[in-house]
Design a protein around this ligand. Structure first.
Ligand SMILES: [Ca+2]
Ligand SMILES: [Ca+2]
Length: 536
């Protein structure tokens, strides 16, 4: 069934009302969120005409959505310049055709909390979902109150298609089937379980000699055996069909997440001897409070340096990014060759970033730029500002209200994101509200145009000036000269915190208000100092 113009005309009204309602409700609970929503309400009211033009698309139909999720891809893509060797021509091309957000951040630097935040539209300090969860074990009330993007699109006239990692979750068949049936008209996720593990070349790279988590080696298996290739093929196949209803197609690529295994040809693009290490300062942790230091991965850092495998991990990650880029390109190309090209909004995001030795850290799990900054692109073919970049701070939590607004679906009251419609239309007008990242209850980081301000549960702080310190080397938090800057940013910290949700909690690898002991880390620190790490 197609949507006629008369049906669509009612949606701006609903959208404006939902904004006001959200703002009203939040007044009672959260000063800061209220402030943010109030700004949104004012912005949305002054932009009713823009909303109208956004909703009333040339075709007179609701837009389709191509939702591309990537797991653990940091800013090592060509257009973000995170690593000089990054090879991501397809993502770069997409960025040039849509709006690239160069200052986009994750709501939480780990797979489970960030995807819960992004897909249910709630910040961890409002949902209580700070660490890792098994969705099977969350209280049923959570799912009665909160609806994921896919559920909302499906309930509002869309066919929803899913492949790969959209949510974080266990890969057991029953769990996959349960959640897929809730969210997707059609999914291939259980079929992906049947693929064999790739056979890796144990003579190249580092880590496990088999396909296990800590493996960074080329795969010798045929392309058809690889999960992400099959995810992209499903996307292509769906885009080749004739669609009677608008669609929401979610493809969730699992690379470059560990294991860093990709077909051999992608490793061959990055000769080992040419790999450039990341820029680090060995004593970078010296000026940090202990909670911040505890986010470093001292064991990994010690091993990679002493075994001379740092470059191997970097090489394998670059290979996985290049492989992911081709999978993204395959799906985007299929869309561009389809009749849906002019009425499909593409949103591409990675769930969080990744460290390669910066601040002695490897992986994510920190509130530093390497963990929080992500590739984020929105291409609306009807946006006159396509091709521009937006340097304003934005959060991936903003995807939720933005996509619902595009489809004229009422935005739930609990939604914490700020609609990006205005920024998409005028990417250079800016937005002054910083992006918030949460890592455990009580640990919050704000990223504005020029600053990163982080406060931990024990009151300790970090402050960086990104204008002259892009690597966050000099912590200015104790310098009285910057008290005013800190005070301005503090206004955007959460005013209240939801208690930690205990049901379904599976991994709590954070030092935070609920798990405050630093004893273990301090012991490790002193052991590593004895081993000659020269941390301070
Ligand atoms: Ca991830
Ligand atoms: Ca430092």
């Amino acid at each position: 069934m197609f949507y006629d113009a008369n049906a669509i005309s009612k949606y701006p009204e609903i959208t404006a009302r939902s904004f006001v309602k959200a703002a009203t409700d939040h007044t009672e609970k959260f000063q800061i969120m209220n402030r943010k929503h109030t700004i949104s309400v004012l912005a949305s009211m002054s932009l009713i005409l823009i909303f109208n033009s956004c909703m009333e698309r040339t075709s007179g139909q609701k837009p389709n959505i191509l939702f591309i999720a990537i797991d653990d891809m940091n800013d090592w893509i060509g257009v973000l310049g995170g690593h000089p060797m990054a090879r991501t021509p397809n993502i770069d091309k997409l960025a040039g055709q849509g709006v690239l957000f160069t200052n986009a951040h994750t709501p939480a630097p780990a797979c489970s909390p960030c995807r819960n935040a992004i897909l249910y539209g709630m910040q961890p300090h409002n949902s209580g979902l700070y660490p890792f969860y098994d969705r099977n074990k969350l209280e049923p009330e959570f799912f009665e109150k909160h609806k994921s993007l896919m559920e909302l699109f499906r309930a509002n006239g869309y066919n929803t298609y899913g492949a790969g990692k959209i949510h974080h979750g266990n890969m057991k068949r029953a769990s996959i089937e349960r959640f897929d049936s809730l969210e997707f008209t059609e999914s291939i996720n259980t079929q992906l379980l049947e693929l064999p593990d790739p056979v890796v070349d144990s003579t190249v790279g580092t880590g496990s000699k088999e396909f296990r988590k800590m493996c960074a080696r080329p795969s010798l298996s045929p392309l058809e055996d690889h999960v992400d290739y099959n995810i992209s093929k499903f996307g292509v196949e769906v885009l080749k069909r004739k669609h009677e209803k608008p669609f929401f197609l979610a493809v969730g690529f699992i690379k470059p997440h560990l294991p860093f295994v990709a077909p051999k040809k992608y490793f061959d693009m990055f000769p080992r001897e040419e790999i450039r290490k990341t820029q680090v300062r060995d004593d970078d942790l010296a000026d940090l409070p202990w909670v911040a230091r505890s986010n470093a991965k001292l064991n990994d850092d010690y091993n990679y340096r002493s075994k001379n495998t740092w470059e191997d991990w970097i090489r394998a990650y670059l290979a996985c990014n290049a492989y992911t880029d081709e999978n993204v390109g395959r799906v985007v190309e299929a869309l561009n060759s389809s009749p849906y090209k002019d009425n499909t909004i593409i949103v591409l995001w990675s769930d969080h970033g990744y460290h390669f030795g910066e601040k002695r850290s490897h992986r994510k799990f920190s509130l530093w730029e390497e963990s929080t900054r992500v590739p984020f692109i929105i291409l609306d073919p009807e946006n006159a500002s396509n091709g521009k970049v937006c340097d304003a701070p934005v959060s991936l939590i903003d995807i939720y209200p933005t996509l619902l607004n595009y489809a004229g679906i009422e935005i739930p009251e609990y939604s914490d994101g700020l609609d990006l419609t205005e920024l998409l239309q005028s990417p250079d007008t800016g937005r002054k509200i910083p992006a918030l990242t949460t890592w455990g209850r009580g640990n919050y980081s704000l990223r504005s145009f020029n600053w990163r301000y982080t406060v931990y549960f024990d009151g300790s702080e970090e402050l960086y000036n990104h204008q002259n310190d892009p690597y966050e080397w000099d912590n200015l938090a104790e310098n009285p000269e910057y008290h005013q800057i800190k005070n301005e940013l503090k206004k955007y910290l959460p005013a209240t915190e939801a208690p930690l949700v205990m049901q379904g909690k599976t991994l709590h690898n954070i030092v935070d208000a609920d798990q405050p002991s630093l004893d273990k880390f301090k012991k490790l620190w002193s052991e590593m100092q004895k081993r000659g790490m020269n941390l301070e």
